[in-house]
Structures are given as C-alpha cells and as structure tokens.
Design a protein around this ligand. Sequence first.
Ligand SMILES: [Zn+2]
Length: 338
Amino acid sequence: MRGAVIHAPGDVRFETLDDPEILEPTDAVIRTAVTCVCGTDLWPWRGLDATDEAHPMGHEYVGFVEAAGSEVTSVKPGQFVVGSFATSDNTCANCRNGWQSNCVNREFMTTCQAEYVRIPNAQGTLVATEEVPGEEFWPGLLAVSDVMGTGWYAAEAAEVGPGSTAVVVGDGAVGLCGVIAAKEMGAERIIAMSRHESRQKLAREFGATDIVTERGEDGVARIKEMTEGIGVDSVLECVGTGEAMRQALHSARPGGNVGFVGLPHEVAIDGEELFFTHVGLRGGPAPVRRFLPDLIDRVLSGRIDPGKVFDLTLPLEQVAEGYRAMDERRAIKALLTP
Ligand SMILES: [Zn+2]
C-alpha cells in the first residue's frame, strides 16, 4: 500500500509501505475511506517538532474494516467505522470514568495518511455506523474522529451551558468546531476570535454571534468591552500558544472556565496570575471516544456539519500539497481521498 512519510521539514512523500497486519488479537485493519491533514501535523512540517528519522504521518481516519483480530467482536469486516486519534480499550478505570484518551492501554495513531491503517485496541476504539453512510457524510464523520470531538471537549471543559456566553480563541478547524459545540450546548452568545474572512464566515455559519479580530491584550480589552468589563462564562482555547492561553484566561469572568485543547507549545502560566483570576482550567487530549456515538448521530441526522471545515480536497497521493496549503493558510483543512 501507499502512504505519507515525513523525511524532514517540508518534505512529506507518498511512498510504498508494508501493508498493515493484525499484530495483536485486539487489532483491526481498516481501508481508509477519507483522511486528512491536522494543524498539529504542521509542527514537524515547519521544523518546530524535530524529525530525527523518517516516519509515517496522520491520526484522523474513517474507513471500512478489512480484518479484525480474534478478540475484536464489536466490529466486523465490511463495516464503516469511526475512531479517534487516541485508541482506548474502553474498559479500564480511566475509560470507565470517561477519560478514554488517558486509557492505560492508550496508543496514539500516527499512520493514518495511508490507504490502510492498523487500529490497536479496535474493540474499544472503533464505532461502526448502522449502515455504510453516503459519501456526503464522510467528511463530517472524519471531523468527528478528531477536530469535532476536540471542539466538543473544549466546550464541555469550559462548561458551556444553556444561555451562557462563550469565547472561542482560534479559528482553525478545532476552533470552528468549538463554535458548533458551543451552539449545540446552548450558548446564547458565541464570540469567535478570527482575523480571516473565510473563517469568520464559517464561524458565523456555525453559530458565532460576534467576531473579534483583535488579539492578545487588545483582544481581551475588546471582550471586556463587550461584556460590561466582566468577561464571559466559558472560553475555548484552541491554539496552544502562550499568547492564546493568556487571552483565554483573561477573557473569562471570575468563576468562569477555560477549556484548553490546543497542544501547548511554550505555554507557561503564572501561579499568582491564575490565583487571582478565579478561573477554572481543564484541558488535554479530548476523550473523543466518549462523544463518538452522540456526535455520529448529530452528523448523520444532519443536525451539524463539521465536514465544512474541509475547504480543500486532494487525492491522497498529493498529501504534501495539503500540508503546503495549510501551512500557507490557503486552506483551513485538507481532505485526502485514497
Ligand atoms: Zn482504557
């Protein structure tokens, strides 16, 4: 089979690789229906994460079960399945508590920009749809496997509730999905922080009521101005930089909450500063598996369409162009079709 391999910053190649096989009785192998490039894939592309040796890429997937190990009974060959970037047995204490992305048997997916993918912990990780969904639903279900699940978790962690006010920091795919989540959870006012016109438009389509283009201290000042100096109930931090985290902390009202899901790069929080904000903080890799059944239903019923974050579709063999387009901000998120 063929798949994407990163060799060095800016050097992703589509290569012939060994066909994935069942290595453990808990594994499955899927044939990829669609996959994509994630914002976090840009860290090694830009050289901000080191690439010491060439390795496959990709952690988002939906596909068809090709083969299942002897201990996998929940899905069978031919079924269309949705998973998560973090695999989980869905039975350990952390899973039972709802923190499947911290499963004691967790493995992070790293080989999904390929024609076939081995899924560890398949029994606990994969959710099959009742029937094979129409192709028009594939992008939305793919989004559920990572960015929509992560946006949902950001809103939950920020304790978005009916009638609440929310700020979304970050207008990438996760931030935009965070807008969808905040709307679904009943937020009355959703302020999206974005400087890009196409993303502002999508944010509004997804339910944002206001757009703030300022960043940093100016962004915080603008949020305060809009909330009588108080701040909002919930902030979804979907970037992962120090500036974004500060912006999030200071946009929340005393007693408000920040859900942070941007993978932190050089984020340092001052204890005293946090102490005096009275703001609650929760973040981490989203326990997407917990949300899968609900989010799959919302997509298949047409209630939400997070697939709209894919504004570029490429054949899988042009995967490098997907990285380039996202790096140059010509695309929000690139969908790849095998
Ligand atoms: Zn577990």
